[in-house]
Design a protein around this ligand. Structure first.
Ligand code: UD1
Ligand code: UDP
Length: 380
């Protein structure tokens, strides 16, 4: 029996790994061990609860205003102990977080094969997003199996010299998640509050947007509210205290804006399905919104999700007040512009990514012990 360890630690990884955990646990011939780092606490627990996933290990690393050094050091050292005890045949990590990077590094040091879920997304700037672009690239150096969500992601990996036979285009597991959470009869008091208005759903959290870029994004939203009385904004705020301070300063006293605690993923997906449009710097939301046909203004200078831009659902606005405001105004005032961005497209898959990944891992001979490095080398 193959032992597969699934590792994640933040909200977006959990949303995208829980469907895979559930799929692996339903299969015979696999022992699935779930290890969460707890890089996020409340935001991770919300997702585990929605998908009824109970981790076997929880490294509980989170601390308030943690730095990249804190996360990397704690994950690396605590993960070593878990990996040495469990000795999985393969470890699955996800995407581009510091949890994924430090866990893949720990596997590398111990000679344990790594499968990278959501592999191959790239921007052409090592600092955008920061540090995620670096994390994803380094995981790509370590990983033995790459589960690329799209053909373009696969192409990026081939261009970096990765072996064709170990890259699998599976779709993105975020669509698997989305297909289980949307409810036609969903209601919520906040949706009732916004029901006679056009609802702008918003999230902002990227490290590189903290400070002045975030202030500019918030000012653009405040201005859009002032000039469009029929707009209401729902903003579930990330738990990061730095974001909350800036949001309170600029958006605190605008009656059209409701700021609130992070929504659980079932609620958030249903808010997305009912909103007029979205403003975000999130990665996962770009993929989900494309599937739902909701226009997304992406408050970033680059995106590693060009498929959504090509499909027309995503528009990069940068982080200057003026350009964001201009795009908001176009969405609110130009029906043609709005219609052009509202076409549902599904460049990120059909909701079967977890099934495909499990099939690949279960194929006889698919998982082979890592590497050619001599045992004594790995022990030092
Ligand atoms: C992390 C990921 C980022 C991902 C984001 C998703 C890295 C380097 N960054 O960034 O790729 O897009 O998660 O949201 O891995 N906090 C809480 N409770 C929580 C979660 C966070 O209090 O449940 C607070 C803590 O004070 C924490 C801070 O938020 O120190 C920042 O969390 P952290 O994981 O370091 O960074 P994110 O910006 O969330
Ligand atoms: N999400 C959520 N509650 C919220 C905001 C977002 O459950 O209040 C979900 C969203 O549907 C998506 C994921 O969180 O699946 C995205 O996480 P985030 O934006 O924090 O990280 P990123 O995708 O940018 O790495």
């Amino acid at each position: 029996m193959q032992k597969i360890m699934v590792i994640f630690g933040t909200r977006p990884e959990a949303v995208k790994m829980c469907p895979l955990v559930r799929e692996l646990k339903a299969r015979a011939g696999i022992q699935t061990v779930v290890c969460v780092t707890g890089q996020h606490r409340q935001m991770l627990d919300q997702v585990l609860e929605v998908f009824s996933v109970l981790p076997d290990y929880d490294l509980s690393i989170m601390q308030e205003k943690q730095t990249l050094f804190d996360i990397t050091e704690k994950v690396l050292l605590r993960m070593q102990k878990v990996l040495e005890k469990e000795r999985p045949d393969v470890v699955l990590v996800h995407g581009d977080t510091s949890t994924a990077f430090a866990s893949a590094l720990a596997c590398f040091y111990l000679g344990i094969p790594v499968g990278h879920v959501e592999a191959g997304l790239r921007t052409h700037n090592l600092y955008a997003p920061f540090p995620e672009k670096f994390n994803r690239k380094v995981i790509g150096i370590i990983s033995r199996y790459d589960f690329a969500p799209t053909a373009a992601a696969r192409e990026n990996l081939l261009q970096e010299g990765k072996e064709d036979s170990r890259i699998f285009v599976t779709g993105n597991t975020v669509i698997d998640a989305l297909r289980t959470t949307i409810r036609t009869a969903y209601t919520h008091p906040e949706l009732e509050w916004a029901k006679d208005s056009r609802l702008l759903l918003m999230t902002v959290h990227r490290r590189e947007n903290l400070g002045e870029p975030m202030r500019q994004i918030f000012r653009a939203v405040r201005r859009a509210c002032r000039e469009h009385p029929d707009v209401k904004v729902i903003y579930p705020i990330h738990k990061n205290p730095s974001i909350r301070e800036t949001a309170a300063e600029i958006l605190g006293n605008v009656p059209q804006i409701h700021m609130m605690e992070p929504l659980d993923v079932l609620a958030f997906h249903n808010f997305m399905a009912r909103c007029y449009c979205i403003l975000t710097d999130s990665g996962g939301i770009q993929e989900e919104a494309s599937f739902l046909g909701k226009p997304v203004l992406v408050a970033r200078d680059t995106t590693e999700r060009p498929e959504g831009v090509a499909a027309g659902t995503l528009r990069l606005t940068g982080t200057k007040e003026e350009t964001i405001y201009h795009s908001l105004q176009m969405l609110l005032d130009s029906p043609d512009f709005y219609r052009d961005m509202s076409n549902a497209a599904s460049p990120y898959g059909d909701g079967q990514a977890s099934r495909r990944i499990a099939d690949i891992l279960l194929e006889p001979g698919a998982i082979v012990p890592e590497l050619t490095a001599p045992a004594e080398f790995l022990k030092t």
